[in-house]
Ligand binder design. Structure first.
Ligand code: GDP
Ligand code: MG
Length: 698
């Protein structure tokens, strides 16, 4: 009766619409061909078999035995594979080589070794040895297929084959040991499962087992063993088990029953129970994605008769595969990074960059770890470190430009913040700067921290220091600007305040004229200084800066006063003032009544007295000089730079001679003024004379 295993062998490898071969689940592959070449499509088949990502979750079984003992038939029955079976009618030889297929409904790689039966035909046993070596290196379970009637024939072909298997295994052990790597651990044990075919039933399996075991031990004892292994037994390297199957043609139903029973041992630990064959101790620990490379290199070593040392092979495989897995991870990562949103431009930042970078790294490492962690731990770890530093290096430029832009952004916000705060009144500059700075630093730390990847060793120290320096400079600049503005405002106020005082005082010349002006000026200046100092305190100014600003303030105020005074003491207004005083004295009498000149009036005397008293006023106006020295005002003179720190006040750096500044009218200006005044006064005199003559004539 057809079993469930025999049903679905319709399309091993279908063709898709493009004509390209796609590997089907039940495809079979000639891993080693008649010319002893290793396949190039094992990877592709691993994918087709859905095993590429299986990790360690797969097993390998190989079959050994003489030609035409029903090996392929057995495998096809057990695993649902489609290995070629010699036709019963044609007796045509099947294609030589090592074939591989995946067990149906199980993650098992099944290897069918098709050789010429060298022993029986007298050909060399080269291929048998090579395939034995290869199978030992990769398979967990070796099925040894023999006829019942061969059991006990110690000189038979089977024993020759087993001798080869044993020798090859000892060779592997020795090669590993010479490399200083101990192979004899239980993990490297192999299960030899003897399947005794055409079991008639007359001899119980237990007896067959005893006979075979005795023969095997005899064989083992006869082998020349490397030193240290003289007392070793078969069990040091192998577990043995025995199964018997009835004759397929004579007892087909019993045969099928036996096969189904045997299949359970391969199917799963649940179904197999105690006799489940793929115990983890047999597993070769080659991750599925490395199988193709591993088998390929093993076969190459086998073919070229090199010493095959599996631990070294596994380490080489680990290096190769971890490298490949790392570059795949890096490629994934590069694609992800290329898909990052474009940089937001100078002075702008993308706050999600850090998270994006971290995610890209995490997913790259996850992809690496998943596959690579199955390999040699040291190799895996070493290549991981390399990968991580490569990932970090790739992201470093993004990090650097992010920090630069962050610096710009924070600095700009900081400046705007201060500028806005000092636009109004009543702020405390130092407080404004401090809070703006705190905010800026907080933003910087937060955004900078977000892009510093874990374990990257990246430091924001330099950028932080640069930012702080820049912020200091901005604050300094703003403070100076503020100081300059403040001094200008104070100066304007003084000018306004002084304007009336000056006007009043200068229009009514008197001995204490300058006392009035100067004391008013000093009072205004004192108030201004007080106002400045009050503000300056919040500027965190140094004493030197405050002194500089104060001396600037004094200088500017003084110069403002002086320019006001100069307006008043220019020739024309001066003449006006003098004329008014003269008129007062000449045209009005002592009681302020306008004079009507009478003949008895001594015009000449009155005229001379009035004129002289006015002329005496000119020196009074000419120099700012209080009558009481107490009211004197003084400023230090300077040539070249003053002590003023503020560069914005460069005008104050001009040469300044205080004594000179007290002089309002130069001697020549004074004489010119007095000349003009005399002429004007003379005109008054003539007019007065005429009016008297006219009155007398009436
Ligand atoms: P292989 O060369 O070992 O792979 O053997 P094949 O599977 O190609 O089978 C060789 C021949 O043995 C075929 O004609 C099969 O029909 C036949 N055969 C398969 N299984 C059995 C069996 O259990 N008993 C006997 N007597 N013949 C079998
Ligand atoms: Mg076969």
């Amino acid at each position: 009766p057809a079993t469930s295993l025999a049903h679905a062998h319709t399309a091993a490898a279908g063709k898709d619409s493009d004509g390209a071969r796609t590997v089907g689940l039940d495809a079979k592959l000639q891993v080693v061909d008649e010319n002893q070449h290793f396949t190039k499509t094992l990877d592709e088949h691993m994918k087709g078999w859905n095993l590429a990502d299986a990790g360690f979750n797969y097993d390998v079984v190989a079959v050994f035995g003489s030609q035409s003992t029903g090996k392929s038939t057995l495998l096809n029955r057990l695993f649902g594979t489609r290995f070629d079976v010699m036709s019963e009618t044609e007796r045509r030889q099947t294609t030589k080589g090592i074939w591989m297929s995946k067990g149906q409904d199980m993650n098992v790689l099944v290897m069918d070794v098709e050789g010429t039966d060298g022993r029986e035909r007298g050909e060399d046993q080269d291929f048998e040895r090579k395939s034995a070596l290869f199978s030992m290196a990769v398979a967990e379970v070796l099925i040894v297929n023999i006829w019942e009637h061969q059991v006990g024939l110690y000189q038979g072909a089977n024993m020759g084959l087993l001798k080869t298997v044993f020798e090859v295994n000892l060779g592997l052990f020795l090669a590993a040991k010479q490399k200083g790597k101990e192979k004899g651990s239980s993990q490297d044990k192999t299960l030899l499962l003897f399947v005794i075919r055409d079991h008639i039933g007359a001899t119980p399996l237990a007896n067959l087992r005893n006979t075979l075991t005795a023969d095997l031990n005899r064989l083992w004892d006869g082998l020349s063993k490397p030193s240290g292994l003289e007392s070793s037994t078969i069990e040091t390297f192998f577990d043995l088990d025995f199964v018997a199957l009835p004759h397929k043609l004579l007892q087909p139903e019993k045969f099928e029953e036996g096969v189904l029973d045997l299949r359970k041992r391969f199917k799963s630990p649940q179904e197999g129970g105690d006799v489940y064959v793929f115990k983890s101790k047999y597993h070769r620990r080659i991750p599925a994605d490395g199988i193709s490379t591993y088998m390929g290199t093993i076969w190459d070593a086998v073919v070229s008769n090199k010493d095959l040392d599996l631990p070294t092979q596994q380490e080489l495989l680990a290096q190769f595969r971890c490298g490949e897995i790392a570059s795949q991870a890096f490629e994934l990562f590069s694609t992800a990074v290329a898909a990052f949103p474009p940089s937001p431009g100078a002075g702008k930042i993308d706050s999600s960059l850090g998270a994006r970078m971290a995610a890209a790294i995490a997913s790259a490492l996850k992809s690496y770890d998943t596959a690579a962690s199955r390999y040699h731990p040291a190799v895996y770890a070493r290549q991981r470190v390399e990968l991580v530093s490569k990932l970090h290096a790739a992201l470093h430029p993004l990090y650097v430009s992010h920090l630069k832009n962050l610096h710009k952004l924070v600095l700009r916000e900081y400046r705007v913040e201060i500028e806005q705060a000092i636009r109004g009144e009543g702020y405390d500059f130092a407080l404004v700067v401090r809070s703006a700075r705190e905010k800026a630093e907080k933003t910087f730390e937060k955004e900078a921290k977000a892009v510093v990847l874990e374990e990257s060793g990246w430091s924001v120290e330099e950028q932080r220091a640069g930012l702080q320096e820049d912020m200091d400079q901005v604050a300094e600049l703003l403070r100076k600007e503020e100081t300059r503005k403040m001094v200008a405002v104070i100066e304007r106020n003084i000018k306004r305040q002084m304007s009336d005082t000056v006007e009043l005082a200068l229009n009514k010349p008197s001995d204490d004229m300058w006392d009035k002006v100067l004391s008013a000026f000093k009072a205004a200046l004192a108030k201004a200084e007080e106002a400045y100092l009050k503000k300056a305190k919040s500027f965190n100014c140094t004493q030197e800066e405050m002194d500089g600003a104060l001396s600037l303030l004094r200088r500017r105020s003084w110069l403002a006063l002086r320019s006001k005074l100069q307006e008043h003491t220019a020739e024309a207004p001066m003449l006006g003032k003098l004329k008014l005083v003269f008129e007062d004295k000449f045209r009005y009498d002592a009681d302020g009544v306008p004079r009507v000149w009478k003949p008895e009036d001594d015009i000449d005397l009155i005229f001379r007295k009035a004129k002289d008293s006015v002329l005496e006023l000119i020196p009074l106006y000419a120099e700012i000089k209080p009558s009481d020295p107490f009211n004197a005002f003084e400023l230090p003179s300077s040539s070249g730079p003053t002590g003023v720190v503020d560069p914005a006040a460069a005008s104050a750096d001009e040469d300044f001679d205080f004594q000179e500044s007290l002089q309002l009218l130069s001697p020549s200006a004074q004489s010119s003024l007095s000349n003009r005044f005399r002429r004007e006064a003379d005109a008054y005199y003539i007019e007065a004379k005429r009016s008297m003559v006219a009155s007398r004539a009436q």
